[in-house]
Structure formats: C-alpha cells, structure tokens
Design a protein around this ligand. Sequence first.
Ligand code: I3S
Length: 128
Amino acid sequence: CPSSPKPPASPSEKCGLLNVTKITEHGKKVRKNWTSSWTVLQGSSLLFTKNQAGGTSWFGGGQSKPEFTVDLRGGSVEWASKDKSSKKHVMEVKTRQGTELLIQSDNDGLVNEWYQALQDTISTHAWE
Ligand code: I3S
C-alpha cells in the first residue's frame, strides 16, 4: 500500500501519515501524547506505527510491527468538538473497547478522506 503507485485496492485499505493521540483507554482518560504515526486502515482494523523515515516498507521491511491497533467494529467516528483540541481538522474515533483517539492533520483534504474511509469501514462492518 505505501509504495504502490496505484490507488488502494479497496476503499477499506488506506494508509498515510497522521497525527494521533489516545485520550481514553479502557474507558479511562489518559494524558494526550500527539505523535506522528504511519496509519493503515486494513479491513476493520486501524493500525499505527511510529513515523520511521520514508515509510515505504511498512509491511515488507524489518520494522513492520504496528505499535497500536484498534478494532473499528462497533465504533464511531465524528469531528471532535473544539474543547477536545486546539488543533484544526480533528476527528474523534471511539471503539467498543473504550478507547478514544484523536486523529489530525493540517491537510484538511487528507483528513476528510480519512473521515470518509473510517465512516465507510464502520458502516460496512456494522453487523459483525
Ligand atoms: O487537552 P489539553 O490538555 O489541552 O492537551 C494539550 C496537552 O496534551 C499538551 O501537552 P502537555 O500535557 O505537556 O501540556 C500538548 O502539547 C497539546 O498539544 C495538547 O493540546 P492540543 O490542543 O494540541 O490537542
């Protein structure tokens, strides 16, 4: 996916560099820690790895383990309210497991694409 010159094979495969922070884990508030993460949407999972230079060998290379994965089934995505962050173009993703993430990029087109893709994924997998 990262090095592919073609568009992703299906709408539920997408990757890119986004700013991410957890705000809640197992239903408990945690301290924000914004990090630039290589983000991959694969099936109903959203995977994050640290932004290691280049990022072309996310799967193939040696550094390929995701640091953090969330299951989007039964979750939700919405635009974050102003009180959640002072940043622009912030989405809030909530999972059934009680994790809440903020996902952001200054590139609004990019964030809009991700918003759409996450919504599509969540509705596609709504009955699982
Ligand atoms: O919601 P908060 O507490 O205003 O979030 C800010 C903090 O996490 C801050 O770090 P410290 O915990 O060291 O104060 C971050 O640097 C900010 O980016 C957070 O706010 P934004 O509005 O950027 O999400």
